[in-house]
Write a protein that binds this ligand. Structure first.
Ligand SMILES: Cc1cc2nc3c(=O)[nH]c(=O)nc-3n(C[C@H](O)[C@H](O)[C@H](O)COP(=O)(O)O)c2cc1C
Length: 217
């Protein structure tokens, strides 16, 4: 016998993710909820890259800028890292936000564009001195014989630039903006009848616009 107790079909029939001409605005709504609810790093997102021959890899990074004006979603990193090498070889990526306390997920896909050196400088120097030192001293993703080697570099850089209170940005420390072509919003609903809405960028040149559709969960 089917157990339909608790199936509120009137309440579940409508999508709670609004159709919109602007998925960036919807992202802002959800991001604002995340900032008010997530105990740590609401801007943390998984960044998936792939090698030219298609081997995927994924790691977390922090979202440091986003929006229609910005043209996408921006993060910063060491471009000589594993991810940096993969990005240089294949300028496409996928981002994933999962806000556990809200039971929401956003998936974003598209090509990557490197930020200008001016933007990278501005963000690098907006960070605390200790963060500038830590990242400038790191050969991110390369083998480290012993942690003391890293600490020695940190100590030396720290002393070298302490007076001016800022470290020159290493040229390989940069940022990338993912220019979204697909943005999918997912939200948990009762009875596992989850709700998904996919926005796809269509058209070309000045005639770009977003279309959206619901997806079966
Ligand atoms: C919550 C969180 C946020 C992170 N943010 C960044 C970031 O913004 N940039 C970065 O280079 N690494 C960040 N990391 C470290 C990366 O996950 C990863 O360890 C590092 O970038 C090396 O990745 P790769 O070897 O794939 O290049 C973060 C890790 C966590 C857990």
């Amino acid at each position: 016998m089917n157990d339909n107790s608790g199936l509120d079909s009137a309440q579940l029939a409508d999508s709670v993710i609004p159709a919109s001409a602007d998925p960036f605005a919807l992202f802002d709504d959800w991001f604002s909820d995340a900032k008010n609810n997530e105990p740590n790093d609401p801007n943390a997102m998984a960044l998936a890259t792939a090698t030219p021959d298609g081997a995927p890899s994924v790691r977390m990074v922090l979202l440091k800028g986003h929006g229609a004006k910005e043209g996408g979603f921006t993060f910063f990193t060491n471009s000589e890292s594993r991810k940096g090498g993969e990005i240089r070889a294949n300028m496409q990526a996928s981002l994933l936000f999962h806000w556990k306390s809200l039971r929401r997920q956003i998936r974003i896909e598209g090509p990557l564009v490197e930020v200008t050196p001016e933007r990278a400088d501005a963000y690098f120097h907006s960070r605390a001195y200790k963060s500038q030192v830590g990242s400038a001293a790191s050969d991110q993703s390369r083998p480290l014989d012993q942690r003391q080697d890293y600490l020695d570099r940190v100590t030396s850089l720290w002393a070298q630039h302490k007076a001016e209170g800022k470290v020159p940005r290493p040229p390989h420390w940069t940022g990338f903006t993912l220019k979204p072509e697909r943005i999918e919003f997912w939200i948990d609903r009762d009875n596992r009848l989850h709700d998904r809405r996919l926005f796809t960028l269509e058209g070309a040149g000045d005639a770009l616009s977003w279309s959206d559709t619901l997806l079966y969960p």
